[in-house]
Design a protein around this ligand. Sequence first.
Ligand SMILES: O=C(CO)COP(=O)(O)O
Length: 249
Amino acid sequence: MARRKIIAGNWKMNMTPTEAAALVETLKPLVKTEEADVVFCVPAIDIIPVVKACEGTNIAVGAENMYFEEKGAFTGEISPSMLTDAGVKYVIIGHSERREYFAETDETVNKKVLKAFEHGLTPIICCGETLTQREQGITLDLIRKQVKIAFQNVTADQAKTAVIAYEPIWAIGTGKTATTEQAEEVCAAIRACIGEVYDEATAEAIRIQYGGSVNAGNAAELFAQKDIDGGLVGGASLKADFGKIVNYK
Ligand SMILES: O=C(CO)COP(=O)(O)O
């Protein structure tokens, strides 16, 4: 069975609640589609207005992060139940910016992935290499390691519903997209890795996105690759261009 595409915007630290509600109104008519799942991953403070603004549309709302504890003395953190109660369906976990600036590790990513599944949230699990790592020729080994740790103790049934986002760090916000060959090579390797850890059926079911300078001009070619099931889009998700990316065909 063909996998359904999933195209998600990662708004990062952009849009006040007022701006967020206005942006949804602008994008709503542009991102209508029957063909793909559409997700807006937004800052925590924007979740409630964005969920409200997306009511009755095909848009699902995601968070950009969450903590792996249920509740308690963790000043500044957001729990999985806070997200589900607010109407969130997806959560980005282990984005390279969180790994770089907020000291997230493969191990904390794994804890968050397990918590997300426990609460019925679909994790969008990020992995990716730096330019130096790519030049050293260690990309595939590194990605396999990131993926294997992220999925520790995750069941095959859970893994089937997960989303993995391959985002080469050197392509994020730089305007420098990976070539379709580079993107497909890594996404295929991720799928093979899931096949080794689980089985063929799980590898076939899991959805793998590419992220890193996706735009209206390159989306169609990237998303046409065998192992690329959509995109995680940063900068271009804040503009009308996101409508073109969602309706890339
Ligand atoms: O980090 C990204 C999405 O999570 C990609 O960001 P850009 O699309 O701005 O390169």
